[in-house]
Design a protein around this ligand. Structure first.
Ligand code: NCD
Length: 322
């Protein structure tokens, strides 16, 4: 990892779909990251655009987003177009879903148009898996409920490994609304598999019931949780998935679990900050920290999203043609 060479080959995966990081062999994760590094070099200009393989030429990617999204949807679109593919964005609010069509019927209809890749975001965990059983296209999970968000974890790992040159041995604190976060779950699998020293920091009310299965230390105090960490990864308070009684108020949440300059003093001196976005400024993160270009990797994460998604789209297309 950490290499930017032209010789990194396209990846093939054992699975036809990209539904989650859980169970993905470490060799495949590493291969996807190595290929993402190659695409990141194209994005930062160190390799010319003319070297981008047009592996999606003549292929169609359909973005089917049942939940709001800015960065993930646009990122898949940019990634597919850089590889020469065509992209169709289905706006659910303007589609037959609003007339009561089921997910399976929507899938069957889209399938009849023969897309090559379907990128789906859905509020229900398991929706991408269900869809994958009813379409011929390869399916990419762009976030399903509280379950997984595999391309986010890949882009986070890419961001970290470009900055630090490694992932193994880094102390990484994932902080905030863990219970409702598919980003936390995918990162627990991915960063854990790659040997990061992970910690979770969250109020007890925002921890998932099955947290013990990850075998990661859990802190209910932000300052102790981030002590000496190399990376502090903040999560959004995902109120759309909350029941309403998890926190006393957003103001009190910020006082205890919001990252500001004073609390950040407890992390390692060169600690860097991550957040998948969208941010709730003044709720989980203070603007001074979020906008500090020397410490915040938040914009880099967005840039790396395109590279990581190029590697994933290409892998599924290359795999389908074998
Ligand atoms: C995340 C998501 O949708 O799970 N956002 C993203 O993909 N950039 C995190 C979030 O919504 O808070």
């Amino acid at each position: 990892m950490g290499t930017t060479t032209k010789t990194v080959p396209p990846v093939t995966l054992t699975q036809r779909h990209l539904l989650g990081i859980e169970g993905m062999p470490v060799t495949e994760i590493e291969a996807l990251l190595a290929r993402s590094h190659f695409f990141a070099s194209v994005i930062d200009g160190s390799i010319p655009d003319s070297d981008i393989p047009q592996s999606l030429a003549g292929k169609t990617v359909v973005n089917l987003f049942f939940e709001n999204s800015t960065r993930t949807r646009v990122s898949f679109e940019v990634a597919a177009k850089k590889l020469g593919g065509s992209v169709l964005n289905i706006a659910v609010s303007g589609s037959s879903v609003k007339k009561g069509e089921t997910l399976i019927d929507t899938a069957t209809t889209l399938n009849a148009m023969h897309p090559d890749i379907l990128v789906i975001r859905h509020h229900a965990a398991g929706a991408p898996l269900l869809l994958s059983r009813h379409v011929d296209a390869a399916v990419i999970n762009a976030g399903d409920g509280r379950h997984e968000h595999p391309t986010q974890a890949l882009l986070d790992a890419l961001t970290i490994s470009r900055k630090f040159g490694r992932i193994a041995g880094l102390k990484i604190a994932i902080c905030g609304d863990i219970a409702n976060s598919r980003v936390a779950r995918s990162n627990l699998y991915l960063l854990g598999t790659l040997g990061a020293e992970l910690r979770l920091v969250s109020p007890a009310t925002l921890l998932p019931a099955d947290i013990d299965q990850f075998g990661v230390p859990v802190f209910t105090d932000l300052e102790s949780g981030i002590a000496d960490c190399d990376i502090v990864m903040m999560l959004r308070l995902q109120t759309e998935r909350m029941q309403g009684r998890e926190i006393p108020s957003q103001h009190e949440y910020f006082n205890m679990f919001g990252l500001d300059e004073a609390k950040l003093m407890r992390a390692a001196p060169q600690a860097l900050i991550m957040h998948p976005g969208p941010m709730n400024r003044g709720v989980e993160i203070d603007s001074v920290i979020a906008d500090d270009i020397d410490r915040s990797l938040i914009t880099t994460q967005v840039e790396m999203g395109v590279a990581a998604r190029m590697a994933c789209l290409e892998a599924l297309i290359v795999g389908a043609s074998i």
